[in-house]
Design a binder for this molecule. Structure first.
Ligand code: SF4
Length: 146
């Protein structure tokens, strides 16, 4: 039988290791793929019966300046995520620079210009989060900025 650590190593990120006969997860490595839960031989690791979502934002592709998305919101209900997406469109309509990049300014550039706090204010407007939800205080993106 596979150990969960091996499953994570082979199928995912190698985020699990054994310490004193317990399995410990390195949170910075875990991508929350759920393979460990699906493969737990004793079903010790399970999913909550309620669905929660994680919202990672501002990832972008590109040859010059790809940027990894960062966690913005942890453990949110679906209703809140939908409201945040609608709010994001409102924010973009307010702030997009139609003269930049041929009218195709990326979200991360817009947030760079307005600042994360302004983005956060717009995105969370009227959103009631569950008690369990966690919002990032601030996000500092690494990489080249234009
Ligand atoms: S959810 Fe995290 S710990 Fe579990 S298999 Fe995926 S990467 Fe590994």
């Amino acid at each position: 039988m596979w150990c969960l650590c091996e499953k994570c190593e082979v199928l995912s990120m190698g985020a699990l290791k054994k310490e004193n006969y317990k399995i410990v997860r390195a949170h910075y490595k875990c991508i929350r793929c759920g393979e460990c839960i699906l493969n737990c031989p004793t079903s010790v690791w399970t999913r909550d019966s309620k669905k929660y979502h994680i919202l990672a934002i501002m990832g972008s592709t590109g040859k010059k300046n790809p940027r990894l998305a960062e966690d913005f919101l942890l453990w949110s209900c679906e209703e809140s995520i939908i409201k945040i997406i609608i709010n994001t469109y409102k924010y973009v309509i307010e702030y997009i620079d139609l003269n930049a990049l041929g009218g195709k300014e990326h979200m991360d550039y817009i947030v760079d210009r307005t600042g994360f706090m302004e983005f956060k204010k717009w995105d969370l407007d009227g959103v009631e989060l569950d008690d369990i939800a966690k919002v990032s205080e601030n996000i500092y993106w690494s990489g080249i900025r234009y």
